[in-house]
Each structure stands twice: as structure tokens, then as C-alpha cells.
Ligand binder design. Structure first.
Ligand code: 6R9
Length: 650
């Protein structure tokens, strides 16, 4: 990859900005030279019930252990709500924009306080206590944020499951964390279509019950009023419960290292992992990155288009912005409904200043044509952000020039569910931008590139991205499986956190994320393991074996390419192909829909039986001229068949 055109910081960005280049350099130097001092200072940005005296306690070696501000006490909901009541009780905390352009709602900090306090009491009345796990399976409505904050207020640990997940996937997550309380809605609404959340929840609870976890209560928000099944003594209407509950609730004093939430994410092997984030360090890091990365100023209207079911929704719709007293916009709909101009229409309608979205949305809208954009004003915009996958320079330039009119900085923010907040990113007033590069590390972040043998690479280099020191927002463990945490992140390269991403550092010290180097796919910014799609496929009666790889996809970033070996005597028909696609959608969720299925009489395996994915990836990319050494294959002839029947012929 060659360097693209550089966009220097414009004078207007620098004037507005909280951080200029000299400040970035000075703060960064200090943050890595004296992390204790730096974070002791910035740890005070949140409100403490009991101040901390300890700052960083980190061990990345054998007994991996990470603690921040460990002897302090605080409450995340109090920081996101109560703290602002005196100064901005009547300011809007949440602007909700419905799927239908005629539906909207504004919630002030005072109203947010009352809703969260009432819901906290509902939780307590039903016996939800500190440390209990609550599953949240919700559409993008304010009640999703209330639910997260109410859990934080009473010290319960939330596990938000994206509303696009199937009943099976939801059940797996309920069982893994032993959650007996679920908050959901009758139905969701996206792009004019209904999502059967309560029906999915009912099915999930049945599956969970067969796997040893009995869900006791389901709190149901009435969103559409659609027909749903009702189980007396288990199901409770949200609106009835909160109306009965007291509006007075004291936030629990939580220890800094008490768990705040679990969020399941995919890895290269096995079932999804419950990434565990704790209380104080997470909030310090989410709020600080929200302020500086987006150059957030009091009064700014801030909009992140993510779903609260993903980490971006946790840190940058709910916790970061609310901790900073921001007005955060929550959007129920999708970018192309009613038409491809929706996002910009919402920007104008609510005078959005900071807008944060994913490359897949940018590419899709780019394809729909500039007219959808240029018919809006977008004059309120001050910062544009990108997250979730590498952004190709063409999409970056379009975002910058067409959406931002060439006048607004684009911050390409690299981070992960595991990191809690943004680690590599430009700062609007400080960083000259290079399209496609996430640029430089945030304060306190020490990136390192290593080769496959773990040798540290200096200067301009291409390698595997590790982080060598801890930061407050880092995940602490895999829920219920600390050994897996150590194995997954700290065993590949001893003493370092390994991100799973490949990365290039250029001569200016800028970082360019090149994508995952493990078997994790990133499809439209949705992260999933190839192993998950494979196990969904082989759970179908007709399938004997499956191997799944990613291939470059114009809109989605990566598409899902499946090689499927059928049971003896079963023929690979078009109907079966459709059935398998439907099967994977049912097992995981619609976003995991296979793009290509190729019938494979055999898979390329080494003599020890290991599937050679490198070869499968090349064939899926139609780059079979560069298959490399196939001599170690048990049966080299299978490759010829796969090449001849490839599905992505250019
Ligand atoms: C926040 C989030 C994490 C993976 C990560 C990387 C990819 C995220 C990126 C990016 C290039 C960016 N990724 N942001 N790649 N440039 N700005 O997306 O978390 O869902 O856990 O995904 O996404 O591959 O490792 P998560």
C-alpha cells in the first residue's frame, strides 16, 4: 500500500480544538513516561464516592492481572446522570430519532434520572442485586440506555445482546453468564420491518432452560404493540412496572474493579467470549476518548450510528457521551430508509455537530450517489468519525469531500470490544490526516509491531499489532474463564496484549491497520469467527464438513465464502444452497448470511488433517495464480476442483 494524499490540520479545526499538535506530543510523552502520574490526574475526571490512592496495577505475564484505581469507589450511572443535574438538568441528554422519520423524542437529564431511578427500583424489587447478570435484548430505543444505566446504578452486570442475533445465539449468551433476568421489547422496527424480539426471547429462554439456566423474569417494553405470547408470572410489562416503582433510588457505591458489563465477541476459535469490563477505568477511558477524539465541546450535538448491542454503542452512544454531559442521538433506523439521504436529513434536523459511523455505511451511501448527500446542508458538522473496519482511501475521500465538504476532519478510530475505547486515532486539532490510516496512538497507548516469531520491529514496518502496557479501559478477563483470557491475548507474544490485527507503521510513525490476521471475519463491521459460521453449517444434516473464509467485498468490507462438503449421496442443488443460507441466518443471525457457497468434494488438508485456509482464501479472492506451495497437501488434486468451480470469477 502506498501513502495517500495528506490532509493537514486546517486552521479552523486547530482554533476550535482542545488539543493541538504540541499538546498531543507533550501529553503523549508524559502518558508513557509517567503513566501513574498521568492517569492519577485524568482519573479525577469522573466523580468518586471514595477517592483512589492506587492507580495502575498491571501484570501482562503468566498471572495476567489488570487493575486501575483499585481502592476507589464510584457509580457509573451517577456519573452519567446525577452529576449533571445541578448544571444541566434541563439539557437534552438523549435525542431519539425513530425508524419512521416522523417519530422522535427528547429526554432531558432530569427525565433520564427519573426513568433510570424507577427502573433501578424495578430491578431491585425483582431481586436483582449487585453482581447479578441482566441480559438486554433491545431495539434502539431510549429504554435500552435506561436499562444499561439502571443496571449500573444498582451494581448489576449487563450483557447487551444485539437485536440481530438469533434465539440460539441469545440463549448461548444467557447460559454462559447465568442470567435469569431479561429486558426486551415486543418488537423492534428497522427500515420499516419488524424484528420479533419477544418471540426470539421466548425461544431463547426455552433453549436456555434445556441448558440449565432458568430465566425468571422478562421485562417487556411495548414498542410496536404487535401480538406477542405472554407467560404470566414471568413476563412483566415495562411501562406498568416503572409506573408503580418509586422514582427515588440511591446509586450503589461500587468498587473501581467491580464488573460493569459483559459483551460477547467472536474470536478465532470456539464460542463467543464474554469480554468483561469493570467500573472506573472503563468510564475514565470512555469519557476521556469521547472528549478528545471527537473534540467534544459543551453543547455539541453528538451522533454515533452504532447499535447499543456492539461495544461502539456502549462506549460512544451511552457511557462516554453521558459521562461528559453531552446530548447523544440514538437512531432506531437504518441509513437507507426511507431513502439513502436519511442520515444527512437527520444531521440537519437535529443540527448534529459530531457524526460517527462505519465504513460499510459510507461505502453503501457512496454507491447511492452524491445527490442524496448534497440535497442536505450539513453545515452543523464539525467532526466526522469512522470505526469498525479499515476504511479504504476512496471511501475516506468521499466522506471527507462530499459529506464534510472538505471542511471537517475525519477521525478514523481503531479499537476493539476488548479495548473498551479508542486506542489509535487522529485528534481533530492535532493530527495531519492520511486517508486509510488510523494515524497515532491515544494518550497512554504503547503500540508495538512484532513479526510472526515475536521479534520487535522498529521504524517503518509491517507486522502484528500488540500493545505493551495497560490502559484504564482494557478488558479485565473473559467472564468465567480467565485462562481463556490469558491464552487468547497474552500467550502469542509473551508479556504483550495481542490484538489479532495486522498493521503497518510508516516512516512518519502513522499506523495503518491491515485487518485481522486470525480467523475472525469483519462483515459490515460485524465481527464473527469463521468457526462460528462453520459450526452453524455442519449442524445441518446435509453437511459433512465446512470451511469458511473472508474475501474482499465492495460494500461489506468482507464477504463470507463457504466451502461445503456434503454428506455422501447428497447433491448440491440451488435449493440446498438457499436452505443452508437460511440455516446459518437462523443459527447466528441475518448479518451472518453466507455470500457464496461452493460445493467442495474435498478440502485442501495437510497430511496431519489441518485445513489450509491460506489456499481457500486465495481461491475465494480469485487469486489462485498465487496459491503458493501446495506440495504438503494430502491430496493436491482437490485444489484443481476448487479452482475450476470457484464462485468469484473476475
Ligand atoms: C470498535 C470495534 C474490532 C476489530 C479490530 C479491527 C477492526 C475496528 C477499525 C478496524 C481498521 C479501524 N477495526 N476499527 N480496522 N480501522 N478504524 O469495531 O470493535 O467489533 O470488537 O471489532 O475491528 O480488525 O480488531 P469490534
Amino acid at each position: 500500500m502506498t501513502d495517500t494524499h495528506v490532509h493537514p490540520v486546517q486552521p479552523a479545526w486547530r482554533e476550535r480544538a482542545l488539543i493541538d499538535d504540541a499538546t498531543y506530543r507533550a501529553w503523549y510523552e508524559r502518558s508513557v513516561a509517567d503513566p501513574e502520574g498521568f492517569w492519577a490526574e485524568h482519573g479525577k475526571r469522573i466523580q468518586w464516592m471514595v477517592p483512589f490512592s492506587r492507580v495502575k496495577e498491571k501484570n501482562f505475564d503468566e498471572n495476567v492481572s489488570i487493575k486501575w484505581f483499585a481502592d476507589g469507589q464510584t457509580n457509573v450511572a451517577a456519573n452519567c446522570i446525577d452529576r449533571h443535574l445541578a448544571s444541566r438538568g434541563d439539557q437534552v441528554a438523549i435525542i431519539w430519532e425513530g425508524d419512521d422519520p416522523n417519530e422522535q423524542k427528547k429526554v432531558t437529564y432530569r427525565e433520564l434520572h427519573e426513568s433510570v431511578c424507577r427502573l433501578s427500583n424495578v430491578l431491585k424489587d425483582h431481586g436483582v442485586n449487585r453482581g447479578d447478570r441482566v441480559t438486554i435484548y433491545m431495539p434502539m430505543i431510549p429504554e435500552a440506555a435506561y436499562a444499561m444505566l439502571a443496571c449500573a446504578r444498582v451494581g448489576a452486570v449487563h450483557s447487551v445482546v444485539f437485536g440481530g442475533f438469533s434465539p440460539d445465539a441469545l440463549a448461548g449468551r444467557i447460559v454462559d453468564c447465568g442470567s435469569t433476568f431479561v429486558i426486551t421489547a415486543d418488537e423492534g422496527l428497522r427500515g420499516g420491518r419488524k424484528v420479533p424480539l419477544k418471540a426470539n426471547t421466548d425461544k431463547a429462554i426455552e433453549i436456555a432452560g434445556n441448558n440449565g439456566v432458568a430465566v425468571e423474569k422478562v421485562l417487556v417494553v411495548k414498542r410496536t404493540g404487535g401480538d406477542i405470547a405472554w407467560r404470566e408470572n414471568r413476563d412483566v410489562w415495562y411501562h406498568e412496572a416503572v409506573e408503580r416503582a418509586s422514582p427515588v433510588s440511591e446509586p450503589e457505591a461500587m468498587n473501581a474493579e467491580d464488573p460493569l458489563f459483559i459483551l460477547y465477541t467472536s474470536g478465532s476459535t470456539g464460542k463467543p467470549k464474554g469480554v468483561l469490563h469493570t467500573t472506573a477505568g472503563y468510564l475514565v477511558y470512555a469519557s476521556m476518548t469521547h472528549q478528545y477524539v471527537f473534540d467534544y465541546h459543551d453543547g455539541d450535538i453528538y451522533w454515533c450510528t452504532a447499535d447499543v448491542g456492539w461495544v461502539t454503542g456502549h462506549s460512544y452512544i451511552v457511557y462516554g457521551p453521558l459521562a461528559n454531559g453531552a446530548t447523544t442521538l440514538m437512531f432506531e433506523g437504518v441509513p437507507n430508509y426511507p431513502d439513502a439521504g436519511r442520515l444527512w436529513q437527520v444531521v440537519d434536523k437535529h443540527q448534529v455537530n459530531i457524526f460517527y459511523t462505519a465504513p460499510t455505511a459510507i461505502r453503501a451511501l457512496m454507491g447511492a450517489g452524491d445527490a442524496h448527500v448534497t440535497k442536505s446542508s450539513r453545515a452543523s458538522l464539525k467532526v466526522l468519525g469512522s470505526v469498525g473496519e479499515p476504511i479504504n482511501p476512496e471511501a475516506w475521500e468521499w466522506y471527507f469531500n462530499v459529506v464534510g465538504g472538505g471542511k471537517v476532519p475525519v477521525v478514523d478510530t481503531w479499537w476493539q470490544t476488548e479495548t473498551g475505547g479508542i486506542l489509535i486515532t487522529p485528534l481533530p486539532g492535532a493530527t495531519d490526516l492520511k486517508p486509510g490510516s488510523a494515524t497515532r496512538p491515544f494518550f497512554g497507548i504503547k503500540p508495538q509491531l512484532v513479526d510472526n516469531d515475536g521479534q520487535v520491529l522498529e521504524g517503518a514496518a509491517d507486522g502484528n499489532l500488540c500493545i505493551t502496557d495497560s490502559w484504564p479501559g482494557q478488558m479485565r478477563t473473559v467472564y468465567g474463564d480467565h485462562e481463556r483470557f490469558v491464552q487468547t491475548y497474552f500467550s502469542t507474544y509473551k508479556g504483550k496484549y495481542f490484538t489479532g490485527d495486522g498493521c503497518r507503521r510508516d516512516a512518519d510513525g502513522y499506523y495503518w491497520i491491515t485487518g485481522r490476521v486470525d480467523d475472525v471475519l469483519n462483515v459490515s463491521g460485524h465481527r464473527m469467527g469463521t468457526a462460528e459460521v462453520e459450526s452453524a453449517l455442519v449442524s445441518h444434516d446435509a453437511v459433512s464438513e465446512a470451511a469458511v473464509v473472508g474475501y474482499p467485498h465492495d460494500i461489506k468490507g468482507q464477504g463470507i465464502y463457504c466451502y461445503v462438503t456434503l454428506m455422501n449421496g447428497i447433491e448440491g442443488t440451488e435449493d440446498l444452497r438457499k436452505e443452508l443460507v437460511a440455516h446459518v441466518r437462523k443459527e447466528i443471525g441475518p448479518f451472518a448470511s453466507p455470500d457464496k457457497i461452493q460445493w467442495a468434494p474435498g478440502l485442501p488438508k495437510t497430511r496431519s488433517g489441518k485445513i489450509m485456509r491460506r489456499i481457500l482464501r486465495k481461491i475465494a479472492e480469485d487469486e489462485f495464480g498465487a496459491l503458493g506451495d501446495t506440495s504438503t497437501l494430502a491430496d493436491p488434486a482437490v485444489v484443481d476442483d476448487l479452482v475450476a468451480n470457484r464462485q468469484n470469477k473476475k
